[in-house]
Design a protein around this ligand. Structure first.
Ligand code: MV4
Length: 494
């Protein structure tokens, strides 16, 4: 494979192209009109504009992307995450065009895209599932019977959903009829598929996922877990590897289970098997994500494996050169997703121009980003600016390094989730490891950040007053000098 087209933008496009360059593979970027000056466009060996900014007029135009690939003699297409990455039709069209899709085969994407098909296959292979139905359910009477059997609260999930989309909690039997009706009609309009199923609602689980790699020769390995319980509204904010609650035995059991899930759908490439972990001991298979995930770097840091490189080697048809026994966990890694969102204001998008953008550096710090100082954050896409990733010999070192890196990260022009990261990483529940998927709801009070802000503002005001005073005292100084001084003060505190 000598030339790869990256059908994505931002940090993940950069991430993929860096490995391509290391492997001596030429890269083709595609971009929308909003991304003309984006780093991924300049980094690539060739770049082609797809169209206007909206995703459905650019990054989602599968056929156009394939046409570009054919024209430029591209041998492989890497979809990144989001956009076309889990689109079985696109994967098939790529293959039909004689180009290698760097990812699993269409049937694996399809099977895992249907949560019901995934559960059915898992059940047939003795993979532990949350108690519930493995078939679509429509009949309200049957739903009631099952719900009473498994006990409330229950969760109604859309088969075509996933990642928390199309989920509804039902607390008591009286609400069931109405919620079922809503869930079905919502699923129908959102996904064009009204099938829903019922599960017992596990109220305080941890969200643990296992990274797998599978080659085209039937070899499957896992690269341990990522702990992703720190989320808000199904958007992960802090991820880490390893999880501090997995014993070696539990890790082996979940790893083996993830490998079986990959095997049962004939998986090829890098994938992630999601589990719920209840009481730090009972785990249930939730779903499989058939793409490279946002949080893959924490796995890379603790395993020493470049996952994108493995994806490419696998796509070339090579045998996995790593065996399960070769792998071990080295140190600890954390990732903070830096979003252009205001944590004090209910995480509302806070887009703007990155008038200051200075990234942290030094030992154990990795920043995966797709922005530069002076760039506008486009309104059309996910508002993630970067991923701040730290590595340490142990969890404490990784945490301290993250706190240091957050302090060194300077972004002006928009609000970000950086202060939220500091809040989480200093919280007793996080530090002690005593947390679950309810962490943000349970422990995050935006006022805590407002107070921090106030302290800073107060300090700034005091310093400004002090500078003005000292200016007055030097009344003999020339006007020019005064102007310069106040200009400096204004810049410093703006
Ligand atoms: C669940 C669950 C509890 N019980 N299913 C969310 C993402 C998707 N992959 C499945 N998810 C969940 N499924 C049952 N039966 C909890 C989650 C879940 C979650 C729920 C509420 C708030 C945050 C959450 C974070 C991760 C997982």
């Amino acid at each position: 494979m000598k030339k790869i087209l990256v059908a994505n933008r931002g940090e993940i496009a950069m991430r993929v192209m860096r490995t391509c360059r290391e492997m001596g593979i030429k890269t083709v970027a595609v971009y929308s009109e909003a991304d003309r000056n984006a780093p991924h466009v300049r980094y690539a060996d060739e770049a082609v504009c797809l169209g206007p900014p909206a995703s459905n007029q650019s990054y989602l135009l599968g056929e156009k992307i394939i046409a570009v690939a054919k024209e430029l003699g591209v041998e492989g297409i890497h979809p990144g995450y989001g956009f076309l990455s889990e689109n079985a039709t696109f994967a098939k069209q790529v293959t039909d065009a004689g180009i290698t899709f760097i990812g699993p085969k269409p049937h694996a994407i399809e099977m895992m895209g249907s949560k019901l098909a995934a559960k059915e296959a898992a059940k047939a292979n003795d993979i532990p599932l949350v108690p519930g139905t493995e078939e679509a359910i429509e009949d309200p009477e049957l739903a009631k019977k099952i719900a009473l059997e498994i006990g409330f609260p229950i969760l109604i999930k859309a088969s075509a959903g996933g990642g928390g989309k199309g989920m509804r909690v039902v607390e008591k039997v009286e609400e069931l009829d109405e919620q079922m009706e809503r869930a079905i009609s919502e699923a129908q309009s959102a996904f064009g598929d009204g099938s829903v199923f019922i599960e017992k609602y596990v109220t305080s689980p941890r969200h643990i996922e296992i990274q797998v790699l599978a080659d085209t020769h039937g070899n499957v390995i896992h690269l341990f877990e990522r702990e992703c319980s720190i989320q808000r509204r199904h958007q992960k904010v802090v991820e880490e590897a390893p999880s501090i609650v997995l014993t070696p035995e539990l890790r082996d059991a979940m790893g083996a289970c993830a490998v079986r899930v990959a095997q049962l759908c004939d998986y090829v490439g890098a994938g992630t098997v999601e589990f719920l972990l209840e009481n730090n001991k009972t785990f249930y298979f939730l779903e499989m994500n058939t793409r490279l995930q946002v949080e893959h770097p924490v796995t890379e840091l603790i395993s020493g494996v470049d996952l994108v490189k493995q994806q490419i080697l696998i796509a070339r048809g090579e045998k996995l050169s790593i065996q399960q026994e070769d792998l071990s966990i080295q140190g600890h890694a954390l990732e903070l997703r830096v979003y252009a969102e205001d944590p004090v204001n209910n995480f509302l998008p806070s887009i703007g121009n990155l008038s200051t953008y200075k990234i942290p550096k030094g030992t154990g710090v990795r920043v995966d980003d797709g922005f530069e100082e002076g760039m506008d954050i486009p309104i059309y896409y996910d508002p993630m600016i970067s991923k701040l990733i730290t590595y340490g010999k142990d969890r404490q070192e990784a945490i301290q390094r993250m706190l240091r890196a957050i302090e060194e990260y300077h972004i002006d022009g928009c609000e970000t989730t950086l202060p939220f990261g500091t809040y989480v990483l200093q919280h007793d529940a996080f530090v002690s490891g005593n947390f679950d998927t309810n962490f943000v709801k349970k422990h995050f009070d935006p006022n805590a950040l407002v107070q921090e802000d106030d302290k800073e503002a107060e300090l700034a005001a005091k310093l400004a007053a002090y500078l003005m005073n000292s200016n007055k005292q030097q009344s003999t100084a020339t006007t020019t000098q005064n102007t310069q001084k106040s200009k400096w003060a204004a810049r410093k505190w703006s």
